[in-house]
Design a protein around this ligand. Structure first.
Ligand code: SF4
Length: 249
């Protein structure tokens, strides 16, 4: 019989430590200049939003590189510059000389519409999505209003803003865990879910374990999966869950 409260408490403890740690540079891509653009919430908050709109059906690193590729071609990534681009301009930027996304047509449409939404809804300042200490549900909802953004990305965006960029929300109830392959594997090995648990099962399990902030357990579980709890050859000796984990060897 596992002691799920102890397992949860340890994951939450590590999640809290990461949450309270000073802000550090975040790696969205493998390109320093692209990461700088995506982290520049003061001057280019729309870069973070537009990158997350692009994050589907391709590797995240490639999707999050798209704003920087646009900036290289346009010489600027200001909202003023983006608003001068017609939808066919955006399609050309997305497709030539090589496609930036697997689904150029639909993603060009989503990109174009996202720029228009930021201009109309937020007076060209995308930080309006998260400033003013809003409830987490409001932030997730605002991301969901963008065509192409589903609950997984909307919740991940809110989690990154809270955890890495230290943006304050009035609560964290609606920030869910991201059902990444590392997180799913670690939850199963810790005995928190069945091995073949669905994404929805994992999300609701995390909500039940830590309703105040389910997504807080996301990063610790992801780190355990990446550092020690690999698909093969687990290095349980280095894992801080070893004394509680029913799968430890
Ligand atoms: S103790 Fe081993 S099996 Fe358990 S979570 Fe850590 S690495 Fe995975």
């Amino acid at each position: 019989m596992i002691n799920e409260n102890e397992i949860r408490d340890r994951l939450v403890e590590h999640g809290n430590a990461l949450f309270k740690a000073p802000r550090e540079p975040i790696r969205f891509t493998e390109h320093n200049d692209a990461d700088r653009l995506l982290s520049d919430l003061k001057h280019h908050p729309h870069a973070f939003v537009l990158a997350s709109v692009m994050d589907r059906q391709i590797k995240a690193e490639r999707a999050w590189l798209i704003p920087f590729r646009f900036m290289e071609k346009l010489g600027s990534f200001s909202m003023e510059t983006l608003l001068k681009q017609s939808e066919s301009d955006v399609r050309r930027l997305m497709s030539e000389p090589e496609p930036l996304h697997r689904f150029v047509n639909i993603m060009s449409n989503y990109f174009f519409k996202a720029v228009q939404r930021i201009a109309q809804q937020y007076a060209s300042d995308a930080s309006g999505i998260w400033t003013g200490n809003p409830p987490s549900a409001t932030v997730v909802y605002r991301f969901l209003e963008f065509d192409g953004v589903g609950p997984k990305i909307a919740s991940m965006d809110a989690n990154i803003l809270a955890r890495h960029f230290k943006i304050e929300f009035s609560d964290y109830f609606s920030i869910d865990i991201s059902a990444d392959r590392h997180v799913r594997r670690v939850f199963a090995r810790l005995g928190l879910t069945q091995r073949d648990a669905s994404v929805d099962q994992l999300i609701f399990r995390a909500r039940g374990l830590h309703p105040k902030f389910p997504g807080l357990m996301d990063f610790p579980a992801w780190e355990i999966g990446r550092n020690w709890c690999r698909t093969q050859n687990c290095e349980c000796d280095g894992c801080y869950m070893k004394d509680l984990c029913p799968s430890a060897n």
